[in-house]
Design a protein around this ligand. Sequence first.
Ligand SMILES: [Fe+2]
Ligand SMILES: [Fe+2]
Length: 324
Amino acid sequence: MVSKSSQTILSQAQPDFDLAGPVSHNPSYWHIRDRLNHLIGQYLAPEILNHNLIDLPQQFTHPKPRPWGAIDWKAISPDQIIGIDPQLFFSVVAASVEIEAPIRAYSLISRQYLGEIHPAITHFLSGCYDSEGQLIEMGVWEKEERQHAPAFRKIYQQLTGEDSSPTPNSIVELPSSGSVIKDAYRHSLRRITTEWSAVAVYLWLMAHSTGALQAAIAQPLQDEVNHLAKFWGISHWGFQDSLPLRCAGMTRQFASLFGHHREDRSNSSTVFTVRNLSYGPELGFSYLRILNQLCQWHMTLNNTLLYDLFGPRPFLQLEQSVSQ
Ligand SMILES: [Fe+2]
Ligand SMILES: [Fe+2]
């Protein structure tokens, strides 16, 4: 029998309606799908994607990180996890800390691939260095991203009462194709794929949470959506690629990253279990539904809009046989 006081705690921790729509205390696969659809409507609406992309030229001239809303860290508690084994939720949060951790290394790799191709986007990603390799000004992307690992670490501590003791993700350098343009395109698709993956996983965590926990995850989530729209739009302007070529390349990058994280994450043995396979369709839906949303938005990115934002297109011609 549930005591009156614990009933009160439960109803405070799990409201009837939250950022993902109606809350079900024992959600089915279909409830989670509804919650993911609601979140995508809220956070990846075409107007939001447009706003994020249109902001990019202003970031080139007046760099300014996206401000975060207030997070009530102390109000985060494990009873805000819904419809999932809490251990799996903790493991995914801990894996997010590890993947978000080596942010300087990510920004330096982007610099290496994109520096010659587009100095402004390189500055947005990784800032400015002097001739001796000392950082003069941090890039906006790096400033935003470097908040994510500490945020997920704090969420993990609030949920479990322990530190996650993360092992930062190891960086994999892709072998060069011999073409600066092909390598830059492949790197751009990798950046887009990592942002897409972060959006898909964080939205899935939000579908399985409520209250202060869900609201906390919404902050890094909005950064990832912002980056995804910016990188998607400017790379389409720059490389003039077709949607099928882009989706095929992203699928290859996703397969490569999935294999890497399966080997590299310190808790992958607790995440990749037969029991957790039942969550695969939910995550698969999250990835595909977001990709569908992006593809629909892509159709609206016409030449006039992209020219107005970024000027004349550079000649970054990809060959038909490009391999990502
Ligand atoms: Fe991130
Ligand atoms: Fe991001």
